[in-house]
Design a protein around this ligand. Structure first.
Ligand SMILES: Cc1ncc(COP(=O)(O)O)c(C=O)c1O
Length: 394
């Protein structure tokens, strides 16, 4: 008799969450099989069911964000899509932008491209390599040192998971007349926060990470009234005001042209309902328990280095290297010999690794539990790294 292979352990929730709550699969499936209509196109009963679903999803996301209303939320196809729409929509010729070396390529690359198109002045504030925190004092100094249109900050690093000092940066941005935009790919659904308390002007996030929706979903938030200052980068059919040759100027339609990913939004709506029932606080607490176990035990393995201060608030990501082994090779061994699925490399955040000094190691190995990870998964992952690190020391 042959042994049945163990189920793989998925610890790559920072890339996309898996598995999702059962209601997410059911909602996407039901939409495709039983409703199937295009949102905002037509006036039959099916389209009003679709409209109700979309409105409900916006309201649920607004509750998670503590936004003014569901209308402040526009749907996108992922976080990158939202970041591009906002950056391209808000920046103008010659603007100054203060951001950080903590950013993901979804911010770094559009900004770099816009720098040459619009002659932007771009400032990348460093982060402290030991703590893993953006230097808030330096960020505030930069905001005070010249008229700045936009401050862009990664709310929590996708490499170390550390939540960044938004409060101080938000206060300085508003004092100096800059807008504050968050890349909240790793925080929405992961940590409780209020866009109104943090005084965030714009935010983009994924629907498929902490929000537990299907891939191909994302969202952006724009503070009440600010949409007038943001150009609609994508224009086209919205199913409303069809007699006009101009893009409707109001939220959320201004930023939603073309058919929406309705099976994805049906899934996202079910996911948001599940999150609100569980509460973000309790999901964060659950993941924090697993994350503490992971980071604490990995830290004590000889030859393993864990990055970032583990006393700071974290969304549940551990990044580490193993002495003498390339991070991609570590991830390959974890996958092939221990059935542990994780991610290794630069995690699309090249400047983070320059500061951490992890480029020679091929970046870091990243473990990220999710709401369906159990304590034994984490224990198996720690044991796998222990065995691998020990084998290198023999
Ligand atoms: C911090 C951060 N920003 C942006 C993104 C891009 O997200 P998406 O793949 O949904 O476009 C990611 C995804 O890993 C991320 O971690």
């Amino acid at each position: 008799m042959t042994d049945t292979p163990a189920d793989p352990i998925y610890l790559d929730n920072a890339a996309t969450s898996f598995p999702k709550p059962d209601s997410v699969y059911a909602a996407a499936d039901t939409y495709m099989r039983q409703l199937g209509v295009a949102f905002g196109r037509g006036s039959h009963t099916g389209t009003s069911d679709a409209a109700r679903l979309v409105a409900q999803c916006r309201q649920r996301l607004a509750r998670i964000l503590d936004a003014e209303s569901g209308e402040r939320v526009a749907f996108t196809f992922n976080c990158t899509d939202g970041l591009n729409l906002l950056l391209r929509g808000v920046l103008r010729q010659g603007d100054r932008v203060v951001t950080s070396t903590m950013e993901h390529n979804s911010v770094l690359r559009p900004l770099q491209q816009l720098k040459s198109e619009l002659n932007l002045t771009l400032v990348h504030v460093e982060f402290d390599s030991k703590a893993g925190l953006v230097d808030a004092d330096a960020f505030v100094r930069e905001l005070h040192s010249g008229p700045t249109r936009l401050a862009v900050l990664n709310h929590a690093s996708n490499v170390t998971g550390i939540v960044q000092p938004v409060e101080a940066i938000s206060a300085a941005a508003h004092e100096t007349g800059a807008l504050l935009m968050l890349d909240a790919a790793q925080t929405v659904g992961h940590i409780p926060f209020s866009v109104r308390d943090l005084n965030v002007d714009m935010l983009a996030s994924a629907g498929h990470k902490g929000l537990l929706g299907p891939l191909g979903t994302g969202m952006l938030y724009i503070r009440d009234g600010l949409e007038d200052e943001i150009l609609p980068i994508r224009s086209g059919g919205t199913g409303t005001d069809s007699e006009s040759l101009l893009q409707p100027p109001f939220m959320p339609t201004k930023f939603e042209s073309g058919n929406m990913n309705m099976p994805g939004l049906a899934g996202l709506n079910a996911a948001a309902e599940w999150i609100l029932q569980q509460t973000v606080e309790s999901l964060h607490g659950q993941i924090t328990t697993l994350w503490k176990q992971l980071s604490h035990e990995l830290r004590h393995i000889s030859g393993v280095t864990v990055y970032g201060d583990t006393d700071l608030q974290n969304v549940g990501i551990v990044s580490f290297t193993v002495n003498g082994m390339d991070s991609q090779d570590v991830a390959a061994v974890l996958d092939q010999s221990f059935q542990i699925r994780c991610r290794a490399g630069l995690h699309c955040a090249p400047l983070v690794h320059r500061t951490l000094g992890t480029i020679p190691a091929g970046g870091t190995v990243r473990l990220s539990p999710g709401p369906f990870t159990v304590q034994t998964d984490v224990a198996k992952a720690v044991e796998a790294v222990r065995q691998l690190a020990a084998s290198l020391q023999d």
